[in-house]
Design a protein around this ligand. Structure first.
Ligand code: F0G
Length: 458
């Protein structure tokens, strides 16, 4: 007998209280934070859906493993366990530990990049693009055409457009292509999965042109879940075997372990090529730490070695993907426009369609982010013109392509009743959608303004 309720496949051993607030208090806190939830102290937030990165709850096995942390500078036992786990998962002989994903990105893309070098990806995550551009290189996104349609139920909207990739390689010349990066799942593209068929096609193109193929694999376990349930050829493999098959296609992998590693900090760069590994290890030692710890302490490496095992457990992944879908499907049923199908780590709401009366220059996503906090103490993040909007040479506003709000779900942290509460908050917010007002920026820094900008309601 199959039951409908997806239970959390764990019991709670340690709890962290969250604070209830009144609407008046929240209005005050939001004013103090200049209508930017990034500036709210976390104890003023009831349910924090700002990110799924570094916000996981660790298991009792992970906490126990931390006591085994060997903090030796070189050749620690914890390094051996960390290496063995990542080597088994990726099949790559060279593993470089880093304190988080972007540190590994800086090392690899700093080395491969530079002026005149091109990178292609299904979608570069912000820090990936920033590291490439900082090196002087050019990052070009080539999402598949289905990614633009928010409503169709296409199973793999995270795919890279392989035809466009071939055209681009011909246009810029294979020798000028530093790498092709497949981001699984595609975070900036709605958290949508990438199919194995697409990974194989991309790997084939890269091989033919002698271009390094890199997996940005921070949510590869979640991606493996979608492959097993949507790509018939993979229904008989375990989630871990599916991930291993995808790694086998790649020349390198970068992971922000803060996501599917089920830990609060960590990253790695895994490589096949010994020459590239040597060059990157030199950079690692200069900027992160010695080769057997990089940016991590021994206890971090212990927790990671366990987390990377636990994340592939069938009960965990089933709960993880189904509970994200639970939230997305319920708010969709209320009439809230979302990117569909629901992705692995987050639900993306289309604020442009929720608030059609608020033009992009008045930031409909920011209006929704503020409404969710004001109504129920729920913190989310705008992924629209606040984050990606620009000004042209004449100072005119150039909006982002999309006005989204991301509800990222921390792993193993919230229960179904927390999500039922978020759904009720959405119901209240969408009932009052016609009354919502836009915002204007009153203060902004020159870079990455979404973190610190100040806003005023219009
Ligand atoms: N690649 C992807 C696909 C990511 O989503 C992130 C981080 C990184 C690389 C960088 O890793 O944060 O460990 O340095 N994403 C977080 C988010 C910040 O909220 O989506 P990092």
């Amino acid at each position: 007998m199959e039951f409908k309720t997806i239970i959390e496949p764990f019991r709670i051993k340690s709890v962290e209280p969250v604070r209830m607030t009144t609407p008046d208090e929240r209005a005050y806190f939001l004013r103090e934070a200049h209508n930017n939830p990034f500036l709210l102290p976390s104890d003023k937030v009831l349910i924090d859906l700002l990110t799924d990165s570094g916000t996981s709850a660790m298991s009792s096995r992970q906490w126990a493993a931390m006591m085994l942390g060997d903090e030796s500078y070189a050749g620690a036992k914890s390094w051996e366990r960390f290496y063995a786990e990542i080597n088994d998962l990726t099949g790559m002989p060279h593993v470089l530990p880093a304190h988080q994903g972007r540190a590994a990105e800086r090392i690899l893309y700093g080395h491969l990049g530079g002026k005149g070098k091109y990178f292609f990806s299904n979608t570069h995550f912000d820090t990936t693009r920033a590291n490439i551009e900082f090196s002087g290189g050019t990052a070009i996104d080539l999402p598949c055409p289905e990614a633009r349609d928010f409503d169709s139920d296409k199973p793999f909207k995270g795919d890279l457009d392989a035809e466009a990739l071939e055209q681009q390689i011909r246009k810029v010349g294979a020798a000028n292509v530093a790498a092709v990066i497949l981001t699984v799942t595609n975070n900036s593209g709605g958290g949508q999965p990438v199919s194995m068929a697409n990974a194989k096609a991309v790997a084939g193109i890269c091989k033919q042109h002698h271009i390094p193929f890199v997996l940005d694999c921070c949510r590869i376990a979640e991606n493996a879940y979608f492959i097993r349930h949507r790509e018939p050829a993979y229904a008989h493999l375990s989630y871990r075997e599916i991930a291993q098959e995808m790694f086998a296609l790649a020349d390198a992998a970068i992971m922000s372990i803060k996501k599917d590693g089920l830990v609060n900090m960590g990253g790695f760069l895994a490589l096949r090529d010994p020459k590239l590994a040597e060059a990157c290890t030199n950079l690692l030692i200069i900027t992160e730490g010695f080769a057997t710890y990089g940016g991590l302490s021994g206890r971090d490496m212990e927790a990671i070695a366990v987390g990377l095992e636990e994340v592939f457990e069938a009960d965990y992944l089933h709960y993880r993907i189904r509970s994200t879908a639970y939230l997305g499907e319920k708010i969709r049923a209320l009439g809230v426009p979302v990117i569909y199908p629901i992705g692995g780590h987050a639900v993306y709401v289309d604020a442009k369609r929720l608030y059609p009366h608020i033009p992009p220059e008045q930031f409909p996503g920011q209006a929704l982010v503020c409404a969710l906090y004001q109504t129920g103490g729920v913190r989310t993040v705008e992924v629209g013109s606040v984050m990606f909007g620009k000004y042209d040479a004449k100072g005119a506003f150039v909006p982002a392509q999309q006005e989204l709000v991301r509800l990222a779900i921390p792993r193993r942290v919230y229960t179904q009743s927390h999500m039922d509460y978020v759904i009720e908050v959405f119901d209240a917010v969408q009932r009052r959608r016609a009354e919502a007002k836009g915002y204007r920026i009153t203060h902004e820094p020159p870079f990455l303004r979404h973190f610190t900008a100040h806003f005023e309601a219009l």
